[in-house]
Design a binder for this molecule. Structure first.
Ligand code: NAP
Length: 278
């Protein structure tokens, strides 16, 4: 009998990731044989492990800190992984090990679920941050037709580099002038780590945003960040980081196990319960 297909999460240290919970839930609810392991691989062992992933027993993998940039170089990346500069999902096409970055669709599909029709007006967005997560968000917003992305980052050179990469639709703005841009945008997205448990708060007056605007925060610990709480209290539509985390896992599962899984309220409740154990 053939061995069930298995995927894994490659990280170092292999932090307490929610990916096994998510993929085991889908394997179980879809009634599929298969496995999802955590593989703690130090930097010096990464190339051997990734280049021989199949021999190690895996049909694919998720990659997390600190390996995402090197995983890009060790595989054949698609346009998304190249744009973000990091790979988080690996799979085989024949004998070729391909890679992508599913944060883009995780962000966009979560917006579709939380704020249906959000791109109907295809207005302007203010994105805070200029790291890997910001590149995924900017790629997704532009792909879906957002006209202009204003980008504010504490370190302005990083915002300029991101604007250079994405072209004329991305405009770097001063971190100190965020308040002035709020009334002019339809979307506000926090991709910085501000607001995360143990980090300083993100000081923003959401009262300055137009009443139809949508607010997204990539931080998911805590589940409801002060930014999202303030936006919700004001009656704005919101999209949270946990939703993005769940939606970004869908494509890997489909590539490895052949069925597209659903992000259900039951799955969300399962991961929420795990996060509140922290
Ligand atoms: P990163 O590359 O390290 O970028 C961090 C960003 O936060 C940079 O723009 C940095 O600004 C900014 N920042 C950090 N401390 C700051 C402070 N005190 N004041 C102002 N700005 C500050 O990290 P990343 O990979 O982009 O991830 C960013 C966040 O997104 C993290 O919280 C991560 O957990 C979250 N994330 C969530 C998901 C999800 O599925 N929900 C997916 C990916 C990432 P500088 O450039 O000035 O340092």
């Amino acid at each position: 009998m053939a061995k069930p297909r298995a995927a894994c999460l490659i990280g170092w240290p292999a932090a307490h990731s929610r990916s096994p919970l998510i993929h085991h839930y889908w394997l179980q609810t879809l009634g599929l044989p298969g496995g999802y392991n955590i593989e703690a691989i130090p930097p010096e062992g990464l190339a051997e492990f990734v280049l021989h992933l199949k021999a190690h027993g895996f049909v694919g993998a998720n990659v997390t800190i600190p390996h995402k940039e090197r995983a890009l170089a060790l595989t054949t990346p698609d346009e998304r992984a190249r744009a973000v500069g990091a790979a988080n999902t690996l799979w085989y096409e024949g004998d070729e090990l391909r890679s992508t970055n599913t944060d883009i669709e995780g962000f966009i599909h979560n917006l579709d679920a939380c704020a249906p029709g959000w791109d109907g007006a295809t207005g302007d967005a203010l994105v805070l941050g200029a790291g890997g997560a910001a590149r995924a968000v900017v790629f997704g917003l532009i792909e879906r037709g957002i006209k202009r992305v204003y980008l504010a980052n504490r370190t302005v050179e990083r915002a300029r580099a991101l604007a250079d990469q994405f072209g004329v639709q991305v405009h770097p703005v001063s971190w100190d002038a965020i308040g002035e841009w709020l009334p002019r945008v339809d979307f506000l997205v926090n991709t910085t780590s501000l607001g995360m448990h143990g980090q300083p708060a993100l000081e923003i007056d959401v009262g300055r945003l137009p009443p139809h605007s949508v607010v997204a925060d990539l931080v998911y610990v805590p589940l409801q960040t002060p930014l999202l709480a303030a936006a919700r209290a004001r009656g704005l539509r919101i999209a949270d980081g946990l939703g993005m985390l769940l939606h970004q896992a869908v494509r890997g599962f489909e590539l490895w196990f052949g069925q597209r899984p659903q992000v259900t309220p039951e799955l969300r409740a399962l991961i929420e319960a795990d996060l509140t154990k922290l």
